[in-house]
Design a protein around this ligand. Structure first.
Ligand SMILES: Nc1ncnc2c1ncn2[C@@H]1O[C@H](COP(=O)(O)OP(=O)(O)OC[C@H]2O[C@@H]([n+]3cccc(C(=O)O)c3)[C@H](O)[C@@H]2O)[C@@H](O)[C@H]1O
Ligand SMILES: Nc1ncnc2c1ncn2[C@@H]1O[C@H](COP(=O)(O)OP(=O)(O)OP(=O)(O)O)[C@@H](O)[C@H]1O
Ligand SMILES: NC(=O)CC[C@H](N)C(=O)O
Length: 493
């Protein structure tokens, strides 16, 4: 019987540009893998710089700092005897800048792989920064040979085929693959087609965490050469997965927790609702945007409507009720039930809640404008003015308390222009910017199945749609109402 080889793969949350912090997490993962007696540790794509480093790569100083951090890391990793660490980093030479991965063992570099397929579509812009590599890299631990590739490489056949031809039995894939609904199924299909069909098993290690407008889901997996899933990690949590390779067979070992937040179970839950996964994506995206930009607190305009209710619920799950401030800013047009529902929601979540009446400010504006407006009829102008007064108040609270304003607009509103510039668009991060209104309702209902934090009337009440507020035609407004809330087609408020 052949001696077995064991591999750990660390789904960790790195931060673009934070070389010291990223290196510390890499060392922590290596210590864990070494302590467990593993032979190989696989890390995500560009684990040292974080993904995507974008224009930092155009700064000579950043490249020099990264090189120094890499050197120092290589020395530290030498302390974990006999552990092969497959680490993603940048290589900069007179031939170009490369998205690379090196295999470090006992202080030596066994080889460096250069990414061959550079994605340059959608959110990816790698051709702006990187030059493509051409050669496979393999290394052997006892009798088992591993190939190394990086993310987009496995979306094509050639890099995996070259690794197989160079003798690889199992392909190690370093990834920074952002989340989209159902992306996991696509990744599995791609790896089955390009890696398993070439005769190899695959260990797919993905980055996890929010980075500006992207959220990486992790959801790393191991698949054998027949295309069967051997083990997979849950999405939206840091974790270390582990396998053993024995007589060419890949066998799962129990996964290990990693990092401070261990609220998400490591293993995939059977039959989980799609909303549960999307909710975790929104919570992680919000938590990491705030955390990585040094905001401990947030402020939200709470209207008693569905969007601000869902944003508040996401924010509570992300940073805790004690770090949130909800502000209701009623005008003379605000219905009592809106105020009651906002109060009720804040109370259920134990969030600090304040009311600031905006009528006096609104009247002052109207008075100041009266000589110019004359007897022109009221229209969107006055409505937008209210939204802008609220925006100014929220930004004042933001400046004074160093709390970021969470914008409540959803994707349907942003796509159709149904929002007020310098008004309800105010703020630094919009958790719902990629969530259409129909999904906002589904998410609210799903979150309430976990604990009833959103007053039911906020979910069932037809959206407060005002056609005067938008530049959409009346027909478009009615269509939108049907589209967003099928139950509300009579135009009532
Ligand atoms: N990473 C981030 N992501 C998302 N949002 C972020 C953020 N960092 C701050 N924010 C938000 O931005 C807010 C801070 O921005 P902001 O409220 O604009 O305020 P502030 O950062 O103070 O920016 C204004 C600066 O420009 C100066 N200024 C302004 C206008 C004219 C002149 C002149 O000399 O002519 C000078 C002014 O003296 C002040 O120093 C934060 O409270 C927070 O809400
Ligand atoms: N009375 C209010 N008090 C506090 N914030 C408000 C108030 N009215 C509006 N806002 C803020 O402006 C955003 C947009 O308000 P709008 O009345 O256009 O409703 P909406 O787009 O349907 O959002 P929501 O579903 O949260 O009411 C709200 O999500 C909220 O953050
Ligand atoms: N970083 C990458 O190369 C990512 C590209 C890839 N197609 C993905 O989203 O999974």
């Amino acid at each position: 019987m052949e001696p077995s080889v064991s591999v750990a793969f660390a789904q960790i949350n790195q931060k673009v540009g934070d070389l010291a912090g990223n290196a510390a997490r890499i060392v922590q993962a290596a210590a864990l893998a070494h302590e467990q007696g593993h032979d190989v540790l696989l890390l995500p794509e560009l684990a040292l710089t974080g993904y995507a480093p974008e224009d930092l790569l155009l700064r000579c100083q950043f490249l020099a700092d990264q090189q120094a951090a890499l050197q120092s890391l290589q020395e530290t990793l030498a302390g974990f005897q006999d552990l092969h660490v497959v680490l993603g980093h940048v290589v900069s030479t007179d031939k170009g800048t490369f998205n690379a991965a090196s295999v470090f063992l006992n202080g030596d570099n066994l080889g460096t792989y250069l990414k061959q397929e550079l994605p340059n579509y959608s959110v990816f812009d790698e051709k702006r920064y990187f030059t493509a590599g051409r050669k496979p890299l393999v290394f052997t631990v006892r009798n088992h040979t591993f190939g190394v590739t990086i993310c987009e490489d496995v979306w094509f056949a050639s890099a995996a085929t070259a690794a197989r031809q160079a003798g690889a039995d199992t392909l190690l894939i370093l990834n920074a693959s952002p989340y989209m609904v159902r992306k996991h199924e696509t990744r599995l299909a791609v790896v089955r087609r390009n890696v398993c069909d070439a005769g190899m098993g695959a260990i797919y290690c993905n980055l996890v965490g929010g980075q500006d407008e992207l959220v990486f889901d992790g959801h790393s997996f191991v698949i054998d050469r027949q295309g069967n899933i051997v083990t997979e990690l849950n999405s939206f949590c840091e974790a270390v997965g582990r396998i053993q390779v024995s007589s060419g067979q890949l066998q799962a070992l129990p996964s290990l927790p990693f990092g401070a937040d261990q609220s998400v179970p490591l293993q995939i839950q059977e039959n989980e609702a799609a909303e549960a996964e999307i909710w975790r994506a929104l919570v992680m995206g919000t938590r990491d945007y705030l955390g990585k930009n040094f905001f401990g607190k947030a402020v939200i305009g709470l209207s008693g409507g569905i969007d601000s209710a869902v944003v508040l619920a996401i924010a509570v799950d992300a940073i805790g009720a004690e770090n949130l401030h909800a502000v209701m800013m009623p005008s003379r047009f605000t219905a009592d039930i809106s105020v009651n529902d906002a109060q009720d929601m804040a109370q259920r979540l134990a969030v600090r809640y304040d009311e600031i009446a905006i009528s006096p400010m609104f009247n002052s504006y109207l008075e100041a404008l009266a000589p110019i407006f004359g007897d022109l009829p009221q229209d969107t102008t006055e409505e937008n003015l209210q939204a802008r007064i609220r925006g100014a108040l929220l930004m004042a609270l933001s400046n004074k308390f160093n709390a970021i304003v969470l914008t409540t607009g959803n994707k349907s509103e942003l796509a159709t222009g149904y929002c007020t510039l310098y008004g309800d668009m105010v703020g630094g991060y919009a958790p719902l910017k990629d969530i259409p209104k129909t999904l906002v309702y589904r998410l609210a209902s799903w979150r309430n199945t976990q604990s009833a934090i959103i007053p039911e009337r906020i979910i069932t009440r037809p959206p407060q749609l005002s056609c005067a507020k938008t530049r959409l035609t009346r027909t478009a407004c009615l269509n939108m109402r049907c589209w967003t809330h099928p139950g509300a087609s009579d135009g009532t408020q």
